[in-house]
Design a protein around this ligand. Structure first.
Ligand SMILES: [Zn+2]
Length: 265
């Protein structure tokens, strides 16, 4: 790239980032919003233990690491840690039963596993530090409803939609394009969302991990119903789903704090 003028090099970098980002979950901003909100709701104990693992670096800083390591083929085996796929419109009880029966390692099994590792002080610091990176990221993925989507369309990846005329797919729309259309930085977005009372926050982070999965799956049903293949989406869609998007990001942050506070308790 040395021979290219500066503007061309910058353009190349921007293009590389755009291409790379389309393969990421919740996108850079979404994961950081979740991390930033969680940071303000950590217990004293959790803050102390997290400091031992990452010093003064923030949760938002590490929120996207598990997507970056995907580029190394030796980590391919961990791709299923980012999602679960289940049939749509299931009653909650059958959904939870099916979630628990999914074979192999997945978003659900690994959240449980990373929580265990974080609280196991006999494990090496390096291992617990990685468990923390994963936990920050996976609680974000759990709240992108299409990471708790359907198998037949790979969580919306196979559903083509047009976002303000631009061809994309439903998964990618919810990972990045919808969030980016709000034009907030991650810290602006987090502070706009994190304004509720203690009681409201407790209600948003109530329930078990299984309830949270069922919650996201139900949200994914709403999204699927409103976004068929070849749908043309724009302002009306923002009006319809902005509240869901905001709530998912907000819940993600509060619930990440809750699970970290429990893990280090
Ligand atoms: Zn992910």
């Amino acid at each position: 790239m040395q021979k290219l003028p500066l503007f061309a090099r910058s353009l190349f970098l921007i293009l590389a980032l755009v291409v790379a980002q389309s393969a990421f979950s919740w996108g850079l901003i979404g994961h950081r919003v979740v991390g930033r909100i969680a940071q303000s709701h950590l217990s004293k104990k959790a803050k102390k233990e997290i400091k031992k693992l990452i010093g003064s670096e923030s949760l938002a800083w590490w929120a996207n690491w598990p997507d970056f390591i995907k580029s190394d083929s030796t980590n391919k085996i961990k791709d299923p840690w980012h999602y679960v796929d289940l049939p749509g419109h299931m009653p909650k009880d059958s959904f939870i039963a099916a979630l628990k029966l999914l074979p192999g390692k997945n978003l659900y099994t690994q959240i449980i596993e990373m929580k265990k590792q974080l609280g196991d002080y006999s494990l090496p610091v390096t291992q617990r530090r990685e468990a923390l990176y994963w936990m920050i990221h996976m609680i974000g993925d759990l709240h992108q409803p299409l990471h708790v989507g359907r198998d037949e369309d790979q969580g919306g990846n196979k559903i083509t939609v047009y976002w303000f005329g631009q061809k994309t797919n439903l998964h990618s729309l919810w990972d990045t394009k919808f969030i980016e259309s709000q034009s907030f930085s991650y810290s602006e977005y987090a502070s706009e969302l994190d304004i509720r009372s203690r009681e409201e926050n407790e209600a948003l982070s109530a329930g078990t991990l299984e309830d949270w999965f069922a919650d996201s799956h139900e949200a994914s049903d709403r999204i699927y119903d409103a976004s068929p293949d070849e749908a043309k989406l724009g302002y009306q869609y923002i009006y319809q789903f902005k509240d869901l998007l905001d709530t998912q990001l907000h819940k993600g942050g509060l619930r990440l704090a809750k699970i970290l506070n429990e893990a280090f308790d």
